[in-house]
Design a protein around this ligand. Structure first.
Ligand code: C2E
Ligand code: CA
Ligand code: CA
Length: 596
């Protein structure tokens, strides 16, 4: 072996002490040593190098370091560092590196470098590499052991809580809900006692894998220890809301388990807590789901409980409403969903400038306020379809008015937070506007401040594009959100709508008045239009006129009206109303009109 190797001593005629050193290097099984000439061609390659990198000594000899072991992205750096050492004496420090095996696989090493004959015309570089794969593996295993349950390979409690915390951050940003399920196996101790721990382990594993069947890609499942499992499910929608998930799990457990040739019937007790109703952080939600699970156990095994009954009732109601909404949407409103329109008039001339589209649900049992069903739609992922229906309905209405010769009245659509989470809604809006042969002047949008501020880059870019194409974009309910004034200059908006809560008492409340005045001033300085909503009486109107607010919306002039009524009004020449004259006696379905 040694005779076939042109080692450092052979090539350089090194003294006996170096010869012994070379023998030492040869004999170390885990220390890979390679020697390179001034062109970085292999002149020495010990057996450990062959084991570590896969090239035999014959294969390696004469080939360049960078062609053999160095990953592409590191090649230039290595060549430069070698030059710097040879030409300027700048040493390459020892370091942890990831080099390349013959097969292309990464090889983690700790690499030392020595230059022999540095000042001669044939400087030789020796690399002494220690294989770190073993250490890395141990590290990975340790890491795995601290994060996962070895029996089920599910995340353990700590991992679950950390990941749930991250998930809750996301939910908070996007206004999503989340459900935590605390599940434990009924009579598990009896199984352990009567059939032994090995059977117990098998049961735990089978239950884990059955629960995994309910896990969507975004869900978290963890073994908390013993016979306890906890699951977190964000963004539940109508198909998989809290109730139906729990029901499906229980139904599935009606089916016996086959374990070691035995048939076993296992039942779960389940506790449910919901974000945000039952807690804001991971420990609180888990604790409350646990409390609910204990109650489920007390009430008799094989049961489930929500952390509180009202939440459960609300869920049931929500589930019911969502189901009906879904049906109505598939029937283009089903004769129960409508848009009403409320004019916005110029403060001075009282001429109608535009109308806001407001949704109405005329359910057989009576009107359901938009604030209620929109919340349900948001929580059940129906908002996208509902929002698209509103967009289409508004465009259709506008096109119809155009055909009748009613022109110049923009329809403003409300876009809710959940709806604006991805930018597609704006693309669909533009497509719909084009489809009905309309222009950006015909349809406007209203968004709340928080939506604008929380929006991600894509959403903001889409809004900016809409803005640049001439769409009117208003900040709705202005003054009730984050109200960070400095944001205003960055947002692609054209108007501010002062929230009704400031208008209500402005005649009596100097503070509300001050805020309104400041908003009008600020809006105008930023080149924005200012609208006041919820104007109900002449005192409010006069104050707003004094402040030079541009547009007025409110019962003082008009309530939201059905399409036919507004059509009559707009085709009648749009004369300024005598206060009160055009107010239809009632808009029985408006939420803010006494149906709460
Ligand atoms: P909003 O966008 O702030 O709409 C203004 C609300 O104030 C409307 O309530 C309107 O009827 C009411 N209002 C207007 N003038 C007066 C007034 O002088 N006095 C009083 N007391 N109320 C007035 P509505 O129609 O019940 O809608 C409530 C909320 O539901 C809306 O608030 C909006 O956030 C949401 N909404 C309604 N339609 C839609 C829709 O198509 N899409 C979305 N995403 N949200 C909608
Ligand atoms: Ca609005
Ligand atoms: Ca508003």
């Amino acid at each position: 072996m040694q005779t076939s190797v042109v080692g450092p001593s052979a090539s350089m005629g090194l003294p006996a002490s170096d010869q012994r050193f070379r023998e030492l290097l040869e004999s170390l099984p885990r220390v890979a040593v390679q020697g390179y000439d001034s062109q970085r061609r292999v002149i020495y390659w010990n057996e450990a190098s062959e084991r570590l990198y896969g090239f035999s000594e014959q294969e390696a000899r004469g080939r360049c370091l960078e062609a053999l072991l160095i990953p592409d992205e590191m090649a230039d750096i290595v060549v430069d560092a070698h030059h710097a050492w040879v030409n300027h004496g700048t040493q390459i420090p020892a370091s942890e590196l990831e080099l390349k095996h013959k097969s292309g696989a990464p090889v983690p090493v700790f690499s030392h470098h020595v230059m022999l004959g540095e000042r001669s015309d044939n400087p030789l570089m020796f690399c002494i590499d220690i294989d770190l794969a073993g250490e890395r593996k141990v590290q990975r295993e340790l890491d795995y052991m601290t994060r996962f349950d070895p029996l089920t390979e599910l995340p353990n409690r700590q991992t679950f809580e950390t990941e749930l915390e991250n998930m809750l951050g996301e939910c908070q940003r996007h206004g999503d809900t989340l459900m935590v399920l605390f599940l434990d196996i009924d009579h598990f101790t009896e199984i352990n006692d009567t059939q032994g721990y090995e059977m117990g382990d098998l049961v735990i594993r089978s239950v884990a894998s059955r629960l995994q069947g309910f896990q969507r890609s975004q869900d978290l499942l963890s073994r908390f220890g013993g016979d306890e499992f906890v699951m977190a499910m964000p963004r539940l929608d109508y198909e998989s809301d809290a109730l139906s998930v729990v029901e499906r799990i229980r139904e599935d457990f009606q089916r016996p388990f086959q374990i070691e040739g035995r048939e076993l019937l296992l039942r779960l007790s389940i506790g449910v807590s919901l974000y945000p109703e039952n807690g804001n952080d991971a420990p609180e939600l888990v604790r409350n789901a646990d409390v609910a699970k204990h109650r489920a156990k007390q009430a008799g095994r094989d049961g489930y409980q929500f952390f509180n009954q009202e939440v459960r009732d609300a869920m049931l109601h929500q589930h019911h409403l969502a189901g009906r909404l879904q049906t109505l949407l598939s029937e283009d409103g089903g004769g129960e969903l409508f848009l009403h329109f409320q004019p916005q008039v110029a403060a001075r001339s009282e001429r109608i400038e535009s109308v806001e589209a407001l949704m109405r649900w005329h359910a057989p049992e009576g009107p359901i306020p938009p604030t209620d069903f929109i919340k349900v739609a948001e929580r059940t992922n129906l908002i996208e379809r509902l929002g698209d229906w509103v967009i289409r309905q508004a465009c259709r209405q506008q096109a119809e008015w155009h055909a009748m010769g009613i022109k110049g009245y923009r329809i403003d659509i409300n876009i809710s937070g959940r709806q604006a989470i991805n930018s597609d809604v704006f693309q669909r809006l533009e497509a719909c506007v084009a489809e009905y042969g309309l222009t950006p002047r015909d349809i406007g949008i209203e968004l709340t401040e928080n939506v604008l501020i929380d929006a991600d880059v894509k959403v903001r870019d889409s809004l900016r594009a809409l803005h640049d194409r001439g769409y009117k974009i208003a900040i709705d309910d202005f003054g009730t959100g984050y109200s960070s004034m400095s944001y205003l200059k960055m947002l692609p908006v054209t108007a501010l709508k002062i929230d009704r809560s400031f208008v209500i008492e402005c005649a009596q409340e100097p503070k509300d008045r001050a805020i309104m005045e400041a908003t009008v001033f600020l809006g105008h300085r930023l080149g924005l239009e200012v609208v006041a909503e919820g104007v109900e009486n002449i005192q409010q109107l006069e104050l707003l006129r004094e402040m030079r607010c541009d547009l007025i919306q409110g019962y003082y002039f008009y309530k939201p009206m059905a399409a036919a009524d507004i059509q009559r009004l707009l085709s009648g020449g749009n004369n300024p109303p005598h206060p009160g004259a055009h107010r239809p006696s009632s808009d029985p379905t408006s939420a803010s009109n006494g149906c709460h």
